[in-house]
Ligand binder design. Sequence first.
Ligand code: AMP
Length: 176
Amino acid sequence: MKILLIGPQGSGKSTQAELLAQFLGLPKISTGDIFREIAEENSADGQRIRETMNQGKLIDDSETAKMVEGRLQKDDVVDGFILDGYPRNLAQKELFDPGFDQAIYLKVPDGEVTKRMMARGRADDSPEAIKKRLDLYNEQTEPLLNDYRNQGILIEIDGMGSIEEIQQRVRSALQK
Ligand code: AMP
Protein backbone atom coordinates (compact mmCIF):
# COMPACT_ATOMS: atom_id res chain seq x y z
CA MET A 1 0.00 0.00 0.00
CA LYS A 2 1.34 3.42 -1.00
CA ILE A 3 0.16 6.12 1.34
CA LEU A 4 0.69 9.87 1.39
CA LEU A 5 0.46 11.85 4.62
CA ILE A 6 -0.27 15.49 3.97
CA GLY A 7 -0.80 18.42 6.33
CA PRO A 8 0.81 21.70 7.40
CA GLN A 9 3.75 22.08 9.78
CA GLY A 10 2.39 21.62 13.27
CA SER A 11 -0.38 19.27 12.16
CA GLY A 12 1.32 16.27 13.74
CA LYS A 13 1.82 14.69 10.33
CA SER A 14 5.26 13.19 10.99
CA THR A 15 4.16 11.60 14.27
CA GLN A 16 1.09 10.10 12.62
CA ALA A 17 3.14 8.87 9.64
CA GLU A 18 5.59 7.18 12.01
CA LEU A 19 2.83 5.42 14.00
CA LEU A 20 1.04 4.32 10.86
CA ALA A 21 4.27 2.97 9.36
CA GLN A 22 4.90 0.90 12.50
CA PHE A 23 1.32 -0.37 12.49
CA LEU A 24 1.38 -1.40 8.83
CA GLY A 25 5.00 -2.60 8.92
CA LEU A 26 5.93 -0.29 6.06
CA PRO A 27 8.86 2.13 5.80
CA LYS A 28 8.19 5.78 6.49
CA ILE A 29 9.94 8.05 4.06
CA SER A 30 10.19 11.72 4.95
CA THR A 31 11.61 14.15 2.40
CA GLY A 32 12.33 16.62 5.22
CA ASP A 33 14.46 13.96 7.00
CA ILE A 34 16.30 13.07 3.79
CA PHE A 35 17.07 16.72 3.03
CA ARG A 36 18.18 17.33 6.63
CA GLU A 37 20.64 14.44 6.25
CA ILE A 38 22.01 15.80 2.98
CA ALA A 39 22.29 19.23 4.63
CA GLU A 40 24.74 17.78 7.15
CA GLU A 41 27.09 16.54 4.43
CA ASN A 42 30.28 18.43 3.90
CA SER A 43 29.79 18.82 0.15
CA ALA A 44 28.59 21.42 -2.33
CA ASP A 45 25.17 19.73 -2.43
CA GLY A 46 25.07 19.67 1.35
CA GLN A 47 25.83 23.36 1.61
CA ARG A 48 23.27 24.35 -1.02
CA ILE A 49 20.49 22.30 0.58
CA ARG A 50 21.48 23.62 4.03
CA GLU A 51 21.21 27.22 2.88
CA THR A 52 17.87 26.69 1.17
CA MET A 53 16.42 24.97 4.23
CA ASN A 54 17.77 27.57 6.63
CA GLN A 55 15.99 30.26 4.65
CA GLY A 56 12.75 28.35 5.10
CA LYS A 57 12.51 27.80 1.34
CA LEU A 58 11.57 24.70 -0.59
CA ILE A 59 14.14 22.67 -2.53
CA ASP A 60 13.81 22.94 -6.30
CA ASP A 61 10.87 20.89 -7.63
CA SER A 62 12.76 18.81 -10.19
CA GLU A 63 15.62 18.06 -7.79
CA THR A 64 13.08 16.95 -5.19
CA ALA A 65 11.13 14.84 -7.69
CA LYS A 66 14.34 13.09 -8.85
CA MET A 67 15.42 12.44 -5.28
CA VAL A 68 12.06 10.86 -4.39
CA GLU A 69 11.92 8.84 -7.60
CA GLY A 70 15.37 7.42 -6.81
CA ARG A 71 14.44 6.64 -3.21
CA LEU A 72 11.31 4.76 -4.29
CA GLN A 73 13.38 2.43 -6.44
CA LYS A 74 15.00 0.84 -3.40
CA ASP A 75 14.09 -2.70 -2.36
CA ASP A 76 12.54 -1.79 0.98
CA VAL A 77 9.46 -0.18 -0.62
CA VAL A 78 8.27 -3.12 -2.74
CA ASP A 79 5.32 -3.73 -0.38
CA GLY A 80 4.52 -0.05 -0.09
CA PHE A 81 5.47 2.97 1.99
CA ILE A 82 4.22 5.94 3.96
CA LEU A 83 5.45 9.11 2.33
CA ASP A 84 5.67 12.25 4.44
CA GLY A 85 6.38 15.50 2.59
CA TYR A 86 6.07 14.76 -1.13
CA PRO A 87 4.53 16.04 -3.32
CA ARG A 88 4.22 19.50 -1.84
CA ASN A 89 2.58 21.04 -4.90
CA LEU A 90 1.00 20.07 -8.21
CA ALA A 91 4.22 20.74 -10.17
CA GLN A 92 6.05 18.05 -8.18
CA LYS A 93 3.23 15.57 -8.72
CA GLU A 94 3.43 16.21 -12.46
CA LEU A 95 7.22 15.67 -12.45
CA PHE A 96 7.02 12.43 -10.54
CA ASP A 97 3.84 10.81 -9.24
CA PRO A 98 4.40 8.02 -6.70
CA GLY A 99 0.98 6.52 -7.57
CA PHE A 100 -0.60 6.56 -4.12
CA ASP A 101 -3.46 4.25 -3.14
CA GLN A 102 -4.57 6.71 -0.47
CA ALA A 103 -3.78 10.31 0.43
CA ILE A 104 -4.44 11.18 4.06
CA TYR A 105 -4.97 14.85 4.79
CA LEU A 106 -4.63 15.89 8.44
CA LYS A 107 -6.96 18.83 8.88
CA VAL A 108 -6.05 21.29 11.63
CA PRO A 109 -7.52 24.83 11.71
CA ASP A 110 -5.01 27.60 10.89
CA GLY A 111 -5.54 29.14 14.33
CA GLU A 112 -4.55 25.91 16.07
CA VAL A 113 -1.48 25.38 13.87
CA THR A 114 -0.40 28.95 14.64
CA LYS A 115 -0.85 28.34 18.38
CA ARG A 116 1.25 25.14 18.24
CA MET A 117 4.00 26.82 16.22
CA MET A 118 4.11 29.78 18.62
CA ALA A 119 4.48 27.35 21.52
CA ARG A 120 7.71 25.99 19.98
CA GLY A 121 9.20 29.44 20.53
CA ARG A 122 11.67 29.25 17.67
CA ALA A 123 13.26 32.43 16.34
CA ASP A 124 11.75 31.96 12.87
CA ASP A 125 8.29 31.47 14.37
CA SER A 126 7.02 35.04 14.61
CA PRO A 127 3.25 35.35 14.01
CA GLU A 128 3.98 37.01 10.64
CA ALA A 129 6.41 34.28 9.53
CA ILE A 130 4.01 31.56 10.60
CA LYS A 131 1.14 33.18 8.74
CA LYS A 132 3.27 33.54 5.62
CA ARG A 133 4.34 29.88 5.64
CA LEU A 134 0.80 28.74 6.32
CA ASP A 135 -0.71 30.89 3.54
CA LEU A 136 1.90 29.56 1.12
CA TYR A 137 1.26 26.01 2.24
CA ASN A 138 -2.50 26.32 1.79
CA GLU A 139 -2.11 27.99 -1.58
CA GLN A 140 0.21 25.24 -2.86
CA THR A 141 -1.57 22.24 -1.39
CA GLU A 142 -5.15 23.16 -2.21
CA PRO A 143 -4.80 22.20 -5.91
CA LEU A 144 -3.04 18.99 -4.86
CA LEU A 145 -5.88 18.07 -2.48
CA ASN A 146 -8.43 18.73 -5.22
CA ASP A 147 -6.50 16.45 -7.52
CA TYR A 148 -6.54 13.57 -5.03
CA ARG A 149 -10.19 14.29 -4.25
CA ASN A 150 -11.02 13.96 -7.95
CA GLN A 151 -9.04 10.70 -8.09
CA GLY A 152 -11.21 9.47 -5.22
CA ILE A 153 -8.26 8.67 -2.95
CA LEU A 154 -8.37 11.62 -0.53
CA ILE A 155 -9.13 10.81 3.11
CA GLU A 156 -9.71 13.87 5.31
CA ILE A 157 -8.95 13.33 8.98
CA ASP A 158 -9.82 15.66 11.85
CA GLY A 159 -6.36 16.47 13.25
CA MET A 160 -7.66 17.83 16.57
CA GLY A 161 -7.33 15.54 19.59
CA SER A 162 -4.73 13.30 21.21
CA ILE A 163 -2.05 11.51 19.18
CA GLU A 164 -3.78 8.18 19.90
CA GLU A 165 -7.22 9.44 18.93
CA ILE A 166 -5.99 10.78 15.62
CA GLN A 167 -4.03 7.59 14.85
CA GLN A 168 -7.21 5.61 15.50
CA ARG A 169 -9.12 7.79 13.04
CA VAL A 170 -6.44 7.26 10.42
CA ARG A 171 -6.46 3.48 10.86
CA SER A 172 -10.23 3.13 10.74
CA ALA A 173 -10.50 5.39 7.70
CA LEU A 174 -7.99 3.16 5.87
CA GLN A 175 -9.99 0.04 6.66
CA LYS A 176 -13.13 1.38 4.98
P1 AMP B 1 9.58 19.26 6.60
O1 AMP B 1 10.33 18.43 7.59
O2 AMP B 1 8.57 18.49 5.81
O3 AMP B 1 9.01 20.52 7.21
O4 AMP B 1 10.67 19.75 5.52
C1 AMP B 1 11.81 20.49 5.91
C2 AMP B 1 12.40 21.20 4.69
O5 AMP B 1 12.81 20.22 3.72
C3 AMP B 1 11.44 22.11 3.94
O6 AMP B 1 11.38 23.39 4.52
C4 AMP B 1 12.10 22.14 2.56
O7 AMP B 1 13.22 22.99 2.53
C5 AMP B 1 12.58 20.70 2.40
N1 AMP B 1 11.53 19.86 1.77
C6 AMP B 1 10.88 18.81 2.32
N2 AMP B 1 10.00 18.27 1.45
C7 AMP B 1 10.08 19.00 0.31
C8 AMP B 1 9.42 18.97 -0.93
N3 AMP B 1 8.49 18.05 -1.23
N4 AMP B 1 9.76 19.91 -1.84
C9 AMP B 1 10.69 20.82 -1.59
N5 AMP B 1 11.34 20.93 -0.44
C10 AMP B 1 11.06 20.03 0.52
